[in-house]
Design a binder for this molecule. Structure first.
Ligand code: BG6
Length: 488
């Protein structure tokens, strides 16, 4: 019989996570094409971000400068190394490699940029964890095909993946195909995850123009693209390890009424698991098929695509975990905040400055629920607290709230490991401050490293270590054993 594991395994991967359009900037440098993310304006907690037709004067587009990782990557990677990272999650901007998505030859400048980044990571022994598509695609593909609604994108994505697999086959082992693919199961995801402009207005989060059938087709097209590149990648380097990536919201029934219990299960099976079921098991689950039937969704699926899905299963499961959500057939009132999920306010939970509910135990619940479904290795590739930080007069940033948040979540991870979960890595989100996806703000900060950049577009990009920087270094050097306070 197996014994209980009381500690993090020695091989545990500690690090941090980012995405290209939230950090890189340099949006037109090195012959990069326009990305779908480059057309999204800044918003705020009370005003939505908007997608504009073309770049418009007087608008502020946060991805254009990001935190200027494009020019600061050496300095940033050195800081990650100082914290002891063994893994760093980043994404490749497809539009750096194929500016419109349809060129016959890749853009050498773009390829060279990531070569440089990977070489720098190698210098410090940091393993890259590379997402091929993190909420962006060449904007030309949005204009021409309405993003992932079209199957044309499958081959174009495969060409892009093939290019980077061949180029980086000796530098990258861990790949993620799509970020939070299951976001498209929720209306908000249509533009950011699918690059689809559903209606004329082109507004981000426009619920009136939602169409489940079109979103589901875009999900399917991405699932086929994901499986296609997994299959192709394994031929290029059999040592590659591929992961799926979902956003996971532990679904709580608001009451013990059987209707609420049933609804919570349905939400779990459809919104959380529909995509990963296909990516891990190779086909749509019975509940997924019923969901499509009940909603009158007729997917365009070929036999060949079904074969591809069956042959392109992933090696490990990754997910983001921020907040649970509570559901009821008879919602009693106030809704909570969140970028992709909104549920009923749970009276037992505290919330962040942005109204996201905080629930470390929900992470243990999620880890168990997912692991005992799939029984493959797991990584938490996003988790963290978006908060306002203040620079004190002595220049320090005392972000004890962030330390407390992470400590509680790491303790929950430890409990899950004791429960038998095969957790292999943890990359907290926004290990360096970056642009928020939901509001486009810089003021919503997740990082261990502060970046001097603000919502009005001002700032010097200067980097500054927060208290949590020193704390996380201690966590990593003790392999998750020392979660106590650090002097600052
Ligand atoms: C995840 C995304 O959903 O949430 C990230 O993968 C995003 O890109 C993160 O930044 C946090 O959300 P927000 O809205 O606080 O940036």
């Amino acid at each position: 019989m197996k014994t209980i594991r009381e500690t993090f395994p020695d091989t545990f991967l500690w690090g941090g996570a980012t995405s290209a359009n939230q950090i890189e900037g340099g949006y037109r440098e090195g012959n990069k094409g326009l990305s779908s993310a480059d057309l999204v304006t800044i918003g705020s907690p009370t005003s939505k971000r908007r997608v504009t037709k073309g770049i418009q004067e007087g608008e502020l587009y946060p991805s254009h400068e990001g935190i200027d990782f494009y020019h600061h990557y050496k300095e940033d990677i050195k800081l990650f190394a100082e914290m002891g990272f063994s893994i760093f999650r980043l994404s490749i901007a497809w539009s750096r490699i194929f500016p419109t998505g349809e060129e016959s030859e890749p853009n050498e400048d773009g390829l060279q940029f990531y070569d440089n980044v990977f070489t720098e990571l190698e210098k410090y022994g940091i393993e890259p964890l590379v997402t091929l598509s993190h909420y962006e695609l060449p904007y030309a593909l949005v204009e021409k095909y309405n993003g992932w609604e079209s199957k044309e994108l499958i081959d174009l994505f495969a060409k892009y993946a093939d290019t980077v697999f061949n180029r980086y086959k000796d530098k990258v082992t861990y790949w993620i195909t799509f970020n939070e693919l299951n976001c498209l199961m929720k209306p908000y995801g249509a533009y950011i995850a699918g690059g689809m402009i559903l209606g004329e207005s082109g507004l981000f989060f426009n619920l009136e123009e939602d169409d489940k059938g079109r979103r589901m087709q875009a999900v399917h097209n991405q699932l086929v693209a994901s499986a296609t590149v997994v299959k192709a990648g394994r031929k290029i380097n059999p040592g590659f390890r591929f992961g799926c990536m979902s956003t996971y919201h532990s679904p709580y029934p608001y009451s013990c009424h059987p209707d609420d219990i049933m609804l919570a299960q349905e939400e779990d099976l459809i919104k959380n698991f529909l995509c990963s079921d296909v990516q891990v098991r190779g086909s749509y689950s019975g509940q997924a098929i019923r969901y499509m039937h009940d909603h009158g969704i007729k997917l365009d699926v070929t036999d060949e695509e079904e074969r591809i899905l069956a042959e392109g299963c992933v090696d490990y499961y990754t997910f983001s975990y921020y907040t649970p959500f509570t559901v009821s057939k008879n919602p009693p009132g106030e809704l909570t905040g969140g970028n992709m999920a909104r549920g009923i306010k749970n009276p037992h939970l505290k919330t962040s400055d942005w109204g996201w509910q905080i629930d470390p135990q929900g992470l243990r619940w999620a880890l168990n629920n997912i692991y005992h479904r799939y029984e493959i290795p797991m990584m938490i590739v996003e988790n963290g607290l978006g908060a306002k930080d203040r620079i004190e007069e002595d220049g320090t940033i005392q972000d004890d709230y962030r330390i407390e948040y992470l400590r509680e979540h790491i303790l929950a991870m430890k409990e899950a490991i004791k429960d038998g979960v095969d957790l292999i890595g943890y990359t907290p989100w926004g290990c360096i401050d970056l642009v928020s996806v939901s509001t486009g703000q810089m003021d919503k900060r997740y990082g261990f490293i502060h970046v001097d950049k603000y919502d009005d577009g001002t700032g010097t990009f200067e980097r500054r270590k927060k208290k949590s920087f020193h704390w996380y270094r201690q966590v990593i050097s003790s392999n998750g054993e020392n979660l106590g306070d650090v002097p600052m």
